[in-house]
Design a protein around this ligand. Structure first.
Ligand code: ZN
Ligand code: ZN
Ligand code: ZN
Ligand code: ZN
Length: 1543
């Protein structure tokens, strides 16, 4: 389908907006707008601009600027701004990019100079009406609207000075401007300009006073416009100019757009902006009229009628038979024009409505114009005589299906509008003598609109298929919300006008004849229809349906003030209620469904709350309006703005609702509003003989099952019409004082047998016989409703006739009881049905139980499997072990899981497999990424990957490696096969088409085959750690340290010997059973080893951003690092979300941590053992300073958890050499934990600062406090005044306890996963006793200071040496970022509640690189709050040899490649990962209707929705951004094609 033209131009507008917004408005409009009036508060730059524009510049502008337009060289600074801003590339390149250069060259002709002069000088101001310009704001707008655009843009339409002298180049320039001007103006202007005002356009209520003024200025301050109209005849001038420019006419003088050349079409585009000027003139009707104004307005009206006459009947179509049209005819231009004029036509009617004399004159003029237009209509052929049901009428011989017909009838439609105004203002009844009502020929009035409506019906019936899409498009827009007010709606009104002035029988006969259905209903033998029409019967059925629908509309559509007795807002309310009858809708959907007026208002705000209740959105989705139930009774199935699809959706929804409420499913017509007197006789259509004959015929057909001869919709429409008639009659009866003024006698008419041609029984008899017809079950409720109505009307009539004084109030009461009875009966039935249902359910569940009993074994088994597959932690609470007094996860006393077998199922081959070290490797899909989420120092630059030593993590955690998994398990071989297939597919794809996929295969990325989660590696599954060897002794810390240092000495000496040859040295004592050259056998199969290498390499590659190198000694460290960092990040999340430490993680995270930890504990086996030894030696040197080890960081620069994890994991390598069988690795773990804990205590105390000394403790100091104080005092002895003086241990202990908690919690997680130990019950909840439970689980005293106290002689020298490390003194004296504990969790930045604050911030933000220029796409980093100049060349940076935009560049420093941004002008969240991946995400800002406004298109006030922001924050903290991007890109392939790196 050829798109409508405005869609095509839209893209261009977009560019311009940007240009416009960026340069122009930003510069002009922000402050300037505010300051125009006073002129005082303008910032220098802006003042220049304005000055340049408005005043002196004239002088400076004249010689130079014109010449230098292209070069820009000779411009003075201020002016240069002006011109630069205006004309720069964007403007030129907008249209065609290339032709601008040469074009501009020619623009510096003298004529143009004049033009420029005209611009800048007074002439502009005084040009037409210099005198009426007031200083201040009015200047701005007046100038802007009146002269500026007009003068600039068109060729001097207003005859300004020298229209002819514009050269092509300049014209381009102007064109570029102009085409978009109004759009900009209307749409974006407010957004960009005024910021807040945007929000208030609709309601106007929330405007701040200053801004309100501005709006007033714009909207109401039209005094100058009106003056121009009076003095300069502006309205007429504009319209005449406009008409003059559209030169191609057909012989009847109508526009012929299909004859336009490209250039003319282009010009047409430009000329259209005149309509915008006209809109400005007409934007608000005058509060008072003077004769002069009347005169000029009517002059203008004449000109307007001339314009409409050229449109009346344009683009006629003729039905194509036989063959398809060869070329789609041009239709867009005519519709564009119609659409542009729609508001103008409405405005003109509004003007007419405010003055009786003007209205009368306008009506006369319009009528005479219509007569002129229709002059030839009745000429020629003999009229056609029709007779039916005892009536006859003459009409034109004309068939829509064979002759020319046009959709464009603006003159008719304007007259229809004015006619309604006659009724609305009661001018028709007050001054009938002044109106040419006698001249009206209703036959003529309805003819063209009827043809047009028949055309639509025939198109629906498929009769115009060969006329192509252009016709379908036209019909679409004819009904579309943008056009229908002045097209479809007015055609229906014109039929109402005609029908109200004619004999209804005549009216209907003409309708039947135009629908080419007359013979069907006039024929004596109805069966004839079947015979003659067997080939087109479906078509004919559709036509009958459409015709019946039209009659429903003509009689029933009364919600226009003037037709029915309604208020303007009733119309809006009815639209809304019918929209909401389809389904609950969001505010923006409703706005889209309603027509806007010239001020872009729909009236929605004023009525919405009365019909709908607002349902707030959740964290996703949007707020919805739901129809209040009391409005359901106003639902009209044949609402004229429903499309067929809307209608059936609404019907379904309404029936469902009624069934839910246990009501019958009849959808009778709603009670219509009363008609205004001028249209009063419309109701007679309902009871006229022709309609009765039609109804009788359809009902008669319906007696037999359809077989294609009639349709349900046809019957439904007839029933609706019958219902309407009965309602009308009932209403008349209720409102009447006696029988006399009741003109409707429908109920009695339908009891009479049908007159000729129908030989059947009466309509009523037919209905009665249809009531129980089995093939009409669907309609039964409706027929019942009708029969009940007939009964109740009969009763009313009897009462009224028998006694006129009867109390009418009893009537409805009586009916009520009938209804109640009915309802009760229905309820009883519903109750019975419910009981039956329940009985069946009970039976079923009985059967189910039986089944389970019979298959008990099977069932048990599958339940167990289910249990086994979910996480151990989740199920552990139920295990009996929990009730044990102490659960311990580390050290020789640790308790591990009872069941050591792990059975898993491969998602690819569905085979079950036990996890064994020597078995087939099983792997878990995983994703590793660098992370700065926990970083406490974003300014730290990333180290050189080649030389970085990752063995010691700084406590600022500035960058870590995070690993996550979707929890899906595969055989390693199955995964390898899958990945190879992915690679091959990718290779083939790359050969075929270039571009990216959502994942980067070359970097090892793939999507989990089951859940499509982005993955880039796999973690091998390993068996549980062996149970502790309880046969060996647990050495004391001292003994263990001694033995370990002996072992280290032996290793060192051996290494030295091996590397330097045999240097003569004292041989260290070799401890018993320590075999230096022992090579431990690998406990893993080759496939497991291979998978271990796979993960190690991924962590290495991602963590260091280097190429894989299995020989690099840093390889195992990065795996350990990922394990430690991931745990720290999960612990923080659990803590901040106040979730228990154990048992609350989702399975996938649980599985990920457990396999990651077990893998990390084993990965030393695949590295050279000497490498791991040397890591351990260096790690231990932090705790037990060793002069032989170089480069040991001080304890202030070491993250203790990382240190613990690394040393525990690397210790195994040392332990493996100990073949004495007398030591246990668990003892070592416990000792390492104790020493690291003491080191952390010291570390925390070293960073202690005195808080406000408000509280001091009363009473005795506890033991902890005393010991803390002792430890602190000894630290102060070592370090002196570098530490603040403290008088008691109370504050210190409190500080330590809070500071060390995260360490203890992560450590508990670590040993839990390492040793598969069951957590204590207290840690599965968040209740009290956490501290004690934690310490006991970790085999630590709950008074941690006892660790220090009990080994004081051993630890005191260590502590002394820690303090003596030169780094400590340096740090304490402020040499670096001192991290305090607990590290505060990182959050996203705080956003303001009110979005306009952000807009203001962004609009004052200037590009940091281009010297104060406004940034085109100011973008806020949500992580660090940095504002960036995105999507712009000025701020591109090179990252790894590639130019990237500011956002992408920023992610590399701020987020290690991952970024979250808020694009302020777009109100859009941007996620970026790496250089090629990104997606948009709904912003956390909602309007009052619970909707986001991506692109700021609607412009309602936006407020922060903290739940949504929290959701984004959680995504970030969970490291889920890359995954979200992956899913978004998979779901929407167009996202893949975007060059995210340029943002
Ligand atoms: Zn498999
Ligand atoms: Zn998965
Ligand atoms: Zn920039
Ligand atoms: Zn940032």
């Amino acid at each position: 389908m050829a798109g409508p033209p405005w869609i095509a131009t839209c893209c261009r507008h977009r560019n311009l907006f940007t240009v416009w917004n960026r340069n122009l408005f930003t510069v002009w409009n922000q402050e300037p707008v505010y300051s125009l009036e006073s002129g005082t508060c303008l910032q220098p730059g802006i003042r220049n601009l304005f000055t340049a524009w408005n005043q002196e510049p004239v002088h400076s502008l004249e010689p130079e600027p014109v010449h230098s337009l292209e070069s820009g060289t000779g411009l003075q600074p201020g002016i240069r701004n002006l011109f630069t801003v205006w004309i720069q590339e964007p403007v030129y390149s907008l249209e065609s990019g290339t032709c601008s250069q040469s074009g501009t060259g020619s623009c510096s002709q003298s004529g143009i100079r004049n033009q420029f002069t005209a611009w800048n000088q007074e002439p502009v101001y005084s040009l037409e009406s210099g005198t009426c310009l007031q200083p201040g704001i009015r200047n701005l707008f007046t100038v802007w609207n009146r002269n500026l655009f007009t003068v600039w843009i068109q060729e001097p339409v207003y005859s300004l000075e020298s229209g002819t002298c514009l050269q092509p180049g300049i014209r381009n320039l102007f064109t570029a401007w102009n085409q978009n001007l109004f759009t900009v103006w209307n749409r974006n202007l407010f957004t960009v300009w005024n910021q807040e005002p945007v929000y208030s356009l609709e309601s106007g209520t929330c405007l701040q006073s200053g801004i309100r003024n501005r709006f007033t200025a714009w909207n109401q301050e039209v005094e100058p416009a009106r003056m121009l109209m009076v003095e300069e005849n502006l309205m007429m001038t504009i319209i005449r100019t406009f008409v003059d420019h559209l030169r191609h006419r057909d012989p009847q003088g109508r526009f012929q757009f299909d004859r336009y050349t490209a250039q003319q079409a282009f010009k047409f585009g430009r000329v259209q902006s005149l309509i915008g000027d006209l809109k400005y003139v007409l934007i608000s009707p005058p509060p008072e009229w003077c004769d002069q104004l009347r005169l000029k307005f009517l002059d203008g009206f004449d000109a307007f009628l001339d314009l409409l006459r050229c449109m009346q009947g344009m683009d006629p179509v003729v039905r194509q038979v036989g063959q398809h049209i060869e070329m789609e005819p041009e239709w867009e231009a005519a519709f564009t024009l119609q659409m542009k004029l729609t508001h103008i036509i409405s405005m003109i009617q509004e003007w007419c409505c405010t003055d009786e004399r003007v209205l009368i004159e306008a009506y006369k003029k319009c009528l005479s114009m219509l007569n002129q237009c229709q002059d030839g209509l009745s000429d020629g052929e003999q009229p056609l005589s029709l007779s039916l049901a005892g009536h006859s009428v003459d009409t034109f011989r004309y068939q829509v299906s064979q002759e020319k017909v046009s959709i464009h009838l603006p003159v008719c439609r304007l007259l229809a509008g004015l006619h309604v105004l006659l009724s609305r203002t009661e001018v028709a009844s007050r001054f009938p003598e002044q109106l040419p009502l006698g001249e009206l020929s209703p036959h003529l009035l309805i003819e063209l609109p009827l043809r047009c409506l028949v055309l639509c019906a025939q198109v629906h019936a498929g009769m115009w298929r060969r006329n192509g899409f252009s016709l379908i498009n036209q019909i679409y827009y004819y009904h579309n919300v943008k056009c229908r007010v002045e097209m479809f709606d007015k055609d229906v009104i014109m039929l109402q006008v005609g029908a109200s002035m004619m004999d209804p029988n005549h009216f209907l006969m003409i309708v039947l004849s135009r629908f080419e259905l007359f013979h069907i209903f006039s024929s004596v033998d109805i069966r004839k229809r079947y015979r003659e029409a067997n080939k087109d019967v479906a078509q004919q059925n559709t036509l009958i349906e459409e015709m019946l629908h039209l009659i429903v509309m003509v009689v029933g559509e009364r919600y226009i003030p003037g037709i029915g007795q309604v208020e303007p807002l009733d119309e809006v309310r009815r639209e809304i209620l019918h929209q909401l009858s389809i389904r609950p809708m969001a505010h923006s959907e409703l706005v889209k469904a309603l027509p806007e007026n010239g001020n872009r208002e729909t009236g929605l705000e004023r009525v919405i709350d009365s019909v709908a209740s607002f349902k707030k959105p959740g964290v996703t989705g949007r707020g919805l309006y739901e129809l209040r139930p009391e409005w359901n009774k106003h639902f009209n199935l044949y609402f004229h703005h429903y499309s067929r699809a809307d209608q059936s959706k609404a019907e379904e929804a309404q029936r469902k609702l009624r069934r839910q409420n246990a009501e019958d499913t009849a959808l009778p017509p709603p009670l219509p509003p009363l008609l205004c007197p001028l249209f009063g006789s419309l109701v007679n259509v309902l009871q006229c003989d022709v309609l009765l004959a039609v109804e009788g015929a359809v009902l008669q057909w319906a007696v037999e099952p359809s077989g294609g001869g009639w349709t349900e919709s046809m019957l439904q429409r007839v029933l609706h019409l019958v219902g309407m008639a009965l309602l009308e009659e009932q209403q008349q009866l209720e409102n009447s004082s006696g029988d006399d003024d009741v003109t409707l006698r429908y109920s009695s008419k339908i009891t009479r047998p049908g007159e000729a041609p129908s030989t059947s029984g009466s309509v009523l008899a037919l209905l009665e016989s249809l009531q129980n017809a089995p093939h009409l079950e669907v309609h039964k409720d409706m027929i019942t409703w009708i029969l009940k109505m007939v009964g109740s009307i009969k009763m009313m009539r009897e009462r009224t006739s028998s006694s006129s004084s009867i109390n009418i109030n009893q009537e409805p009461g009586l009916e009520e009881t009938v209804r109640d009875k009915d309802k009760a009966e229905r309820k009883r039935k519903a109750e019975m049905a419910r009981l039956r249902r329940e009985k069946i359910m009970a039976q079923m569940s009985e059967m189910q139980k039986h089944f389970i009993n019979e298959n008990k074994e099977l069932f048990q088994q599958s339940m167990e499997e289910l249990e086994a597959s979910t996480s151990a932690a989740e199920h552990s609470p139920s295990s009996s072990e929990l009730t044990c007094a102490s659960q311990i996860c580390v050290g020789p006393k640790r308790v591990d899981v009872a069941d050591r077998r792990q059975l898993v199922t491969c998602i690819l081959c569905q085979e079950e497999q036990e996890v064994r070290g020597l078995g087939r490797a099983m792997v878990l899909a995983a994703f590793t990424q660098r992370s700065t989420v926990l970083s406490k120092n974003r300014s730290r630059s990333f180290p050189d990957p080649e030389h970085h030593d990752p063995l010691f993590m700084h406590p600022d955690l500035s960058m870590g490696i995070h690993t996550a998994s979707c929890g899906h398990i595969m055989h390693a071989t199955c995964w390898q096969r899958y990945f190879e297939a992915v690679q091959q597919k990718e290779q083939r794809r790359q050969q075929r088409l270039r571009g990216h996929t959502s994942y980067d295969v070359e970097n090892g990325e793939f999507l989990c085959p089951l859940c499509e989660c982005l993955s880039n590696t796999v973690i091998p599954l390993l068996p549980h750690t062996p149970s502790p060897d309880r046969s060996v002794d647990h050495p004391s810390l001292e003994a263990w340290l001694k033995r370990t240092s002996q072992q280290i000495a032996v290793l060192n000496s051996t290494h030295r010997k091996q590397s330097h040859g045999a240097a003569q040295e004292v041989e260290p004592v070799v401890p018993d059973g320590f075999r230096v050259n022992f090579i431990p056998p690998t406990p893993f199969s080759s496939s497991v080893v291979e998978m271990m290498n796979t993960f190690s390499m991924s962590a290495y590659k991602v963590g260091l951003k280097v190429n894989p190198n299995e020989q690099d000694p840093r390889v195992p460290v990065l795996s350990w690092s990922s394990c430690a960092y991931t745990m720290q990040s999960i612990e923080r999340l659990l803590m901040d979300e106040k979730k228990p430490l154990f048992g609350s993680l989702p399975c996938r995270q649980d599985d990920c941590l457990s396999s990651l930890t077990r893998f990390s504990s084993a990965c030393w086996t695949s590295a050279p053992i000497r490498t791991v030894h040397s890591h351990f030696i260096r790690l231990l040197a932090v705790l037990v300073p060793d002069s032989q080890v170089e480069g040991t960081p001080c304890i202030l620069n070491t993250d203790m958890f990382h240190l613990l994890v690394y040393s525990v994991l690397s210790y195994s390598s040392l332990h493996s050499l100990d073949q004495s069988g007398r030591s246990s690795v668990d003892s070592a773990h416990l000792h390492l934990l104790h020493v690291v804990t003491v080191a952390h205590l010291v570390q925390i105390l070293l960073t202690f600062t005195i808080e406000e000394l408000s509280m001091d403790q009363d009473g005795e100091e506890s033991e902890e406090e005393q010991l803390t104080f002792q430890l602190y005092s000894s630290l102060r002895e070592h370090l002196g005044s570098a530490l603040p003086e403290v008088s008691s241990g109370w504050q210190l202990w409190r500080y330590v306890k809070v500071g060390i908690l995260p360490f203890l919690r992560t450590t508990a997680l670590f040993f839990h996963y390492l040793n598969s130990s069951v957590p204590p019950a207290d840690l599965l909840g968040t209740g009290p006793g956490q501290w004690e439970a934690l310490c006991s689980y970790l085999s630590l005293p709950s008074n941690l200071l006892l660790l220090y106290q009990s080994h004081r002689p051993l630890l005191e020298p260590l502590i002394y040496r820690w303090c003596c490390h030169p780094g400590v003194g340096q740090m304490l004296q402020g040499g670096g970022v001192l991290v305090r504990f607990p590290r505060e969790s990182n959050r996203l930045i705080n956003l303001p509640e009110d979005y306009s604050i952000l807009i203001n911030q962004a609009s004052s933000f200037t590009c940091p690189r281009s010297g104060g220029d406004k940034s085109r796409a100011p973008t806020l980093c949500l992580v660090c709050g940095c504002m960036l100049c995105s999507q712009s060349y000025c701020c591109q940076t090179e990252v790894d040899g590639e130019d990237v935009g500011a956002c992408t560049a920023h992610t590399f420093t701020c987020g290690a490649g991952v970024g979250l941004f808020l694009r302020v002008r777009e109100s859009q969240v941007l996620f970026v990962a790496g250089k090629t991946k990104g997606c948009f995400y709904p912003p956390p800002y909602l309007d009052d209707y619970g909707e986001t406004d991506q692109g700021l298109k609607r412009g309602n006030p936006l407020h922060l929705c903290s739940e949504r922001y929290m959701k984004i924050e959680r995504l970030w903290r969970q490291h889920g951004i890359a995954e979200v991007i992956g899913h978004a890109q998979e779901a929407n392939q167009t996202l893949v094609a975007i060059d995210w790196q340029h943002l």
